[in-house]
Design a protein around this ligand. Sequence first.
Ligand SMILES: O=P(O)(O)OC[C@H]1O[C@H](OP(=O)(O)OP(=O)(O)O)[C@H](O)[C@@H]1O
Ligand SMILES: Nc1ncnc2[nH]cnc12
Length: 158
Amino acid sequence: MLVREQLTMSEYRDKDPLIHGIQSKIRVVPNFPKPGIMFQDITTLLLDPKAFKDTIDLFVERYKGKNISVVAGIEARGFIFGPPIALEIGAKFVPLRKPKKLPGKVISEEYVLEYGKDCLEMHVGAVEPGERALVVDDLIATGGTLCAAMQLLGYLRT
Ligand SMILES: O=P(O)(O)OC[C@H]1O[C@H](OP(=O)(O)OP(=O)(O)O)[C@H](O)[C@@H]1O
Ligand SMILES: Nc1ncnc2[nH]cnc12
């Protein structure tokens, strides 16, 4: 009889030394920028070249050869992780920017954040209908930012 081991997410993280190594480099700052927020600070991960490279490699391994032609990076921290992943998987990099930063014609999507409200914009023509995209950011809190990014890319669905 084959018995599969069921692991919770945190047990899985603890068992995988690579993921544990990456996680241990992310500094958690309580009550920043507001009371009640546990801020996940990835700048401490960037100080460690091995942990930074392990992070990129993890995504490259997962997404290489999956026919992805666009890596869409969310401002600001998706601009740190997105470009090295894009280069390695042979995809173009498209920045999804905060309002009024892109000089060309844009499409926009508003969203609600854990501590405020914001908007993402993408250049019209940067992504063609039918392309396969990978959205990259440093973290999901409420998921509002990721949903807005997916909405933006979804407008181009064939
Ligand atoms: O899942 P959500 O609740 O939408 O939150 C996650 C988003 O919040 C952070 O960015 P932030 O808006 O703080 O902007 P920054 O990267 O420009 O500092 C983070 O980098 C994600 O983009
Ligand atoms: N908890 C958190 N840590 C870092 N960035 C964030 N953006 C929104 N929530 C955040």
